[in-house]
Design a protein around this ligand. Structure first.
Ligand SMILES: Nc1ncnc2c1ncn2[C@@H]1O[C@H](COP(=O)(O)OP(=O)(O)OP(=O)(O)O)[C@@H](O)[C@H]1O
Length: 242
């Protein structure tokens, strides 16, 4: 499966990733690198293959990885199972946020720490997310959308996350809540955690990001700085409709 056994120098790197659902290749040969601690905005139209790319990197069963290498901090993620990729530090925060219903906020965090390696302690998490602390005994599924997104981030931090994969973190949230999540993501960046953010709200994602990757029909059509995309009207109109 791997085209090279040598770990690349970059903190995160993927090379010639191809992944498919059934007969349909939705990720068609992606290659990119990310320096440690940077944020990448992965953008593109509906159906471009962004979620599929995140799922491929997290080694989800679907889409199936056909070929390509994925390296994180010298570890060969492409030869791992999903739980091994999680143990290696890859945390995917899905669009549905994957809160565990029927248990409290605090229990949701404790359950994220059921397996090694552990990340932040519960007290450290509450120090950074005062809103979650206030609601630690509340049933998690009764949280607002923004609070659920915070809890999803908290659950990722409770593991020893090295690469955070965020799928539509701002979806359905009011602008003021988006700003709160943005502040949290910048704090996470300050802690040296590397992030890939997929977001329909491209402007918000670009404001946060160092780099931008634009996908179309399963391939990368642009790689550059976030600023370059913000300044390139033709590119934004063609691929992002903004
Ligand atoms: N489970 C699945 N089985 C089959 N095809 C799928 C599956 N999930 C997604 N696809 C297809 O893969 C392609 C890429 O979808 P993906 O969700 O990765 O795109 P996206 O860029 O994240 O789009 P969006 O912004 O709409 O979420 C689409 O054509 C989609 O219909």
């Amino acid at each position: 499966m791997s085209s090279t056994d040598q770990a690349p120098k970059s903190f995160f790197s993927c090379h010639d990733l191809k992944a498919y659902y059934g007969e349909s290749y939705v990720v068609q040969g992606l290659s990119f690198d990310i320096p440690e601690g940077d944020i990448v905005a992965l953008l593109g139209r509906n159906g471009a293959g962004k979620t599929s790319t995140l799922r491929t990197i997290a080694r989800a069963k679907q889409p199936a990885l056909a070929t390509g290498d994925i390296w994180l901090n010298g570890q060969a993620i492409h030869s791992m199972k999903p739980f091994e990729a999680a143990r290696a530090g890859i945390q995917l925060v899905c669009e549905d946020r994957r809160i565990i219903p029927g248990v409290t906020v605090e229990e949701n965090i404790i359950l994220a720490q059921i397996a090694e390696p552990l990340g932040w302690s519960i007290e450290k998490i509450f120090g950074h997310f005062p809103k979650l602390q206030e609601r630690r005994k509340q049933e998690a599924s009764t949280l607002s959308g923004g609070e659920q997104q915070m809890l999803a981030l908290a659950r990722a931090l409770a593991r020893d996350v090295k690469l955070l994969l965020l799928d539509e973190p701002y979806e359905g949230l009011a602008p003021v809540i988006v700003q709160e999540i943005e502040r949290m993501l910048l704090e996470i960046k300050k802690m040296g955690i590397t992030t890939i953010i997929v977001e329909q709200n491209a402007v918000a994602a670009l404001k946060l990001a160092d780099h931008a990757i634009i996908m179309d029909s399963g391939v990368i059509v642009f790689t550059g700085t976030a600023q370059e995309v913000l300044e390139n009207q033709a590119l934004r109109e063609e691929y992002l409709a903004i």
